[in-house]
Design a protein around this ligand. Structure first.
Ligand SMILES: *[C@@H]1O[C@H](CO)[C@@H](O)[C@H](O)[C@H]1NC(C)=O
Ligand SMILES: *[C@@H]1O[C@H](CO)[C@@H](O)[C@H](O)[C@H]1NC(C)=O
Ligand SMILES: *[C@@H]1O[C@H](CO)[C@@H](O)[C@H](O)[C@H]1NC(C)=O
Ligand SMILES: *[C@@H]1O[C@H](CO)[C@@H](O)[C@H](O)[C@H]1NC(C)=O
Ligand SMILES: *[C@@H]1O[C@H](CO)[C@@H](O)[C@H](O)[C@H]1NC(C)=O
Length: 493
């Protein structure tokens, strides 16, 4: 496990703190409100934020510009062991604009490429939602619940993938003695592809394991095609696979049992000027229905509803020639038929258990040098040619390609369909809601007694608990106490 020191960005300059090395100073995370909703109380705003993945940060030798990472991993001299990494290296706050991430109000736009001084570079950011304290990932527990978001894919051509999904990462990002930053610097990524990277669960990946965990792809799409795909894994939280366990019939369902309207026979449902018109913003609602209607039952169905121009649009229905005739949602029989691996890994039941435990919300924009994203939008899956998704073509023709996500709301089924019509800038505020746009009721006007509870959250071991500019929890979880390291940083030890 790696402890990294950090630098503090003040305005445009980077100020190195003489005694800041015992733990990181804050990253330049982007404020990004989200809403939690109930059928009885409406939607309540919370001040969450966006953090970019750990590996998009510059990790370098303390007091030097020598990088601690190399093109193939970490420097063997500076970072041969966790302890060496801790002693030698610091992680710098990221330049979010330079990584193609910009937020405004409750929406975030991410670009594939960034142009600076006439030079185009591939940014392809991947980001996560942090809790209001900024210390851990916001864990969404969506079993028996729904989630809605607005998306604009108009600027995503063939071959691009603007994704919004859930991964069962550790809430702390693998925070430890050697990585006190953890989630606050975006560490601990994993997904159902079980990729082997430089880091595993917030630590240097000295064992070379793959990072596996349950993944629920709410949205993988561009302007031409869209897919909704559960990827269950037979393991809980982040799991380090080796050998065949990392393979296509290993611990995770890499293909997943996806719902793509075009692939299921409706070629006129999703696209420019079609039933769901991808030239304009629309709202995507996904519902995780349980056998008994509770948030602790067995996941039996994943349903999809679109809303555009105030009009609710039912999901596409699979055609008779698709082999899934009449299906308009993902059920256990659908999964078993669509994907031979899903069933052996527990299918929707397993996916539902992960949704019940809580998963991290991820946004990304990416393209695919190897297969040009053909699985999403070409051949049987969409109208794109097999070569249109070549990243070189995209970079030449659409260097400004981007995706925008916004108004992220989750809670009781039927509770997220109404738009916030007002919000305050306080850290926890109430939004009024207008008439419902989904299948069930919504409240009209909401009054709650939500406050910013001074006796609220406690900080975990190793986490920050004070310092100039810090606004997170100042009380440490027992038995730890808050100890001042320097004017900018106090830590729970
Ligand atoms: C980094 O520089 C500061 C200020 O010059 C110094 O106090 C500190 O000891 C240096 N740290 C290391 C590990 O060289
Ligand atoms: C961040 O990146 C942008 C775009 O590359 C650049 O214009 C800006 O100067 C950078 N900001 C800092 C503080 O380095
Ligand atoms: C996540 O990490 C924390 C420590 O930061 C640990 O207490 C917890 O058990 C981990 N959760 C899982 C599911 O491994
Ligand atoms: C991930 O890191 C957390 C925090 O250190 C730890 O509690 C958890 O056991 C780790 N999980 C794995 C699989 O290493
Ligand atoms: C595609 O979906 C739209 C909207 O539900 C429907 O009107 C149309 O008939 C469907 N087309 C086919 C071929 O299923």
């Amino acid at each position: 496990m790696a402890v990294f020191y950090a630098t503090l960005a003040v305005a445009a300059t980077v100020l190195r703190l003489a005694r800041a090395q015992q733990a990181p100073v804050p990253d330049n995370v982007v404020p990004f409100p989200t809403w939690k909703c109930t059928t009885s109380g409406g939607c309540v705003e919370q001040q969450t934020s966006i953090v970019v993945d750990w590996s998009y940060h510059w990790i370098h030798q303390i007091n030097s510009s020598t990088s601690c990472t190399t093109s193939s991993g970490v420097s063997s001299t500076l970072c041969g062991t966790e302890a060496e990494c801790y002693a030698n290296c610091e992680i710098a706050p990221a330049n979010y604009t330079g990584l193609g991430i910009s937020a405004s109000g409750s929406s975030v736009t991410m670009t594939q490429y960034v142009t600076s001084d006439g030079t185009v570079s591939n940014a392809s950011p991947r980001t996560y939602i942090l809790n209001p304290a900024g210390t851990e990932y916001e864990m969404l527990q969506l079993l028996g619940q729904e989630i809605s978001f607005d998306v604009n894919v108009a600027n995503l051509p063939c071959g691009e993938n603007g994704a919004l999904y859930l991964s069962e990462m550790n809430a702390s990002g693998g925070r430890s003695q050697y990585n006190p930053a953890g989630a606050s610097y975006g560490s601990g990524y994993c997904d159902a592809q079980c990729g082997t990277g430089t880091w595993f669960n917030g630590s240097v990946n000295t064992a070379g394991v793959g990072s596996c965990c349950n993944e629920m792809d709410l949205w993988e799409a561009n302007s031409e095609a869209t897919a909704l795909t559960p990827h269950p894994c037979s393991v809980e939280s982040v799991y380090g696979c080796t050998g065949s366990a990392c393979g296509s019939s290993g611990v995770c369902d890499k293909d997943g049992c996806g719902f793509n309207p075009y692939a299921l026979g409706n070629e006129t449902y999703y696209g420019a000027g079609l039933t769901v018109d991808t030239t304009k913003t629309f709202t995507v609602t996904t519902q995780f229905v349980t056998n008994d209607g509770t948030t602790s039952g067995t996941l039996t169905e994943i349903r999809r509803i679109y809303t555009q121009n105030g009009k609710v649009i039912a999901n596409a229905v699979a055609s008779s020639s698709s082999g899934f005739s009449g299906d308009d949602s993902i059920t256990e029989p659908f999964c078993t038929a669509a994907d031979s691996v899903a069933g052996s890994l527990g299918g929707l039941t397993t996916m539902g258990e992960a949704l019940g435990r809580g998963m991290v919300l991820v946004f990304s924009i990416w393209n695919d040098n190897g297969q040009f994203m053909n699985w999403l939008d070409s051949g049987n899956s969409g109208p794109c040619s097999s070569t249109a998704g070549n990243p070189a073509t995209i970079e030449a023709d659409d260097p400004g390609t981007s995706v925008t996500f916004g108004n992220i709301k989750w809670g009781d089924i039927g509770s997220t369909g109404s738009k916030p019509v007002s919000s305050s800038s306080s850290s926890s505020s109430v939004t009024k809601t207008t008439t419902t746009t989904t299948t069930t009721k919504a409240t009209s006007t909401v009054h709650t007694t939500t406050t910013t509870a001074p006796s609220g959250p406690t900080q975990t071991h190793w986490g920050q608990c004070g310092g100039i500019g810090y606004s997170g929890p100042t009380v440490c979880a027992s038995p730890y106490t808050c100890q001042v390291q320097n004017p900018y940083y106090s830590q729970c030890l």
